[in-house]
Design a protein around this ligand. Structure first.
Ligand code: TYD
Ligand code: MG
Length: 454
């Protein structure tokens, strides 16, 4: 196939250059040029533009919204993050660190679906034997899943056009290349172009396409941000490699809620769904050790019980350490300042370490009360009652502020057998029917009184 004419375009100023250079000649930025297929000039179009027939405009209320039929992939946690299943003709991007389980999940998904719809699994990373070995280990051997190991986009599209799969899985987009560009597979230009062509293929043929994307060191999907704009759904795999828990989070979803999570555990036979994640995250909770408390966090629309641990220790440094894992570090510093100012507990000579157990990341301020209680519990070496759960945001004046989804959080704690829950005063409406003892608070001093009898 003849190479298309390409140009090098600056990411910063969009200036075009016939050759690659380190510095953009137009704006002077370094390392911003990337290769692109030159667009048709459009000269002939403009001459006749006055003659092109006008398009009909449709008013919104005339458009009949068809109920999209979703394809459930038989893995309910995955269906949940997808917003109820795969939408035909949509493109899903799954990102995550190497070895976290992307290929494993997609192989499981593909072998579940293959009986219902023709599926083609394209791997540019593993050989057929490796895939076969893996599926054997996972007990998925007896499926007639179509496999292809190819890195060339043109060949891949030609094969897909003739075999007409309804689901096309590409593992991974970084190994794919098109003949039309000279840059190496995995480069920004290649990733962008191959993904754009696959998106077009998906829309034209109504094929569902799942792309695997690698994640760079700083945590974004390698390749341009534009990859995330092009696809319909972006899912991220999260989790510590050392623990078996894996979370899938929807970052963008044109067909469902974002920030929904699916929880899995990696076993020796592949990924297993965890339908009751709260129970899993607090499994090893040891209530009689100081510095530990149960927080009712919320991920997407789902409440999640996690254990927050703190360790406060005499510091030998002039500048004591504040370390938090799974929580916002600057938030910890703010909370310690509030604690000093409004409750008179000062930790200026103490190192403070806080951790959310199980590799979960809690990014919501609803964790404030739990963090502070864990810190004080460790500082004073006093345990927190085992049947107590807590959530709530703390303001800078020491007031306890409401958080979203209060009622669901209360129910989740009740479901898991907790007897007491401390919540923000403004979250108490509707909680009177709960069997769990709900204890609303509106100021930090009330919280300390309830837990430590201050
Ligand atoms: P993989 O799906 O290959 O990761 P990715 O495609 O995201 O790079 O996952 C590989 C890891 O999962 C590897 O470290 C081994 C582990 N694993 C299991 O523990 N059990 C299994 O059944 C499988 C298939 C993999
Ligand atoms: Mg892989």
């Amino acid at each position: 196939m003849a190479k298309e004419k390409t140009v090098f375009v600056c990411n910063a100023c969009a200036g075009e250059h016939p050759k690659w250079t380190g510095q953009c000649q137009s704006c002077g930025e370094w390392n911003t040029l990337h290769e692109q297929i030159q667009a048709a000039t459009g000269k002939d179009v403009s001459r006749f533009s006055g003659l092109t027939p006008q398009r009909e405009i449709t008013s919104l209320h005339d458009v009949k919204s068809e109920n999209v039929s979703r394809i459930e992939c038989g893995i309910s946690e995955l269906d949940r993050v997808l917003g109820g299943g795969l939408v035909p003709g949509s493109v899903v991007l799954i990102g995550g660190d190497p070895g976290i389980g992307k290929s494993t999940l997609l192989l499981q998904c593909a072998s579940n679906l293959v009986a219902m719809l023709p599926t083609l699994y394209v791997s540019g990373e593993e050989s057929l034997q490796q895939i076969a070995m893996r599926s054997e280990r996972m007990g998925l051997k007896d499926t007639d899943l179509g496999l292809l190991t190819d890195n060339n986009l043109e060949q891949l599209l030609a094969t897909a056009q003739s075999h007409k799969p309804k689901l096309l899985i590409v593992d991974s987009i970084q190994t794919l290349y098109t003949d039309q560009l000279t840059s190496a597979p995995g480069s920004v230009a290649q990733v962008r172009e191959t993904a754009a062509r696959l998106v077009r293929f998906a829309k034209q043929t109504d094929t569902t396409v799942i792309l695997v994307g690698h994640v760079t060191k700083d945590g974004s999907i390698a390749g341009p941000r534009v990859l995330e704009h092009m696809v319909d759904t972006v899912l991220y795999f999260e989790g510590e490699r050392s623990s078996s828990f894996r979370l899938i989070r929807a970052i963008k979803n044109r067909f469902g809620a974002v920030n929904e999570i699916g929880v899995f555990a990696m076993t020796d036979t592949g990924l297993r769904e965890v339908t009751n994640p709260s129970a899993m995250f607090i499994e090893r909770y040891q209530p009689d050790s100081p510095g530990s408390i149960i927080l009712v966090a919320r991920e997407g629309t789902r409440p999640l019980l996690v254990e927050v641990q703190a360790l406060v220790d005499q510091s030998s440094l002039g500048n004591p350490r504040r370390v938090s894992v799974g929580l916002d570090s600057s938030r910890l510093a703010i909370l310690l300042a509030v604690l000093n100012r409004h409750a008179g507990v000062s930790m200026y000579d103490q190192d403070v370490f806080v951790n959310v157990v199980g590799g979960v990341k809690v990014h919501e301020p609803a964790a404030d009360l739990a963090v502070l209680l864990a810190v004080i519990s460790s500082f004073r070496d006093r345990t927190i009652p085992a049947d107590l759960a807590v959530f709530g945001e703390l303001g800078l004046t020491g007031e306890v502020r409401p958080v979203q989804g209060g009622l669901e959080r209360i129910r989740e704690a009740e479901k898991l057998g907790f007897k007491r829950i401390i919540i923000p005063e403004a979250n108490k409406s509707g909680s009177s029917k709960a069997k769990i003892s709900v204890e609303p608070v509106s100021h930090l001093s009330q919280v300390l009184a309830k837990v430590f009898n201050d």
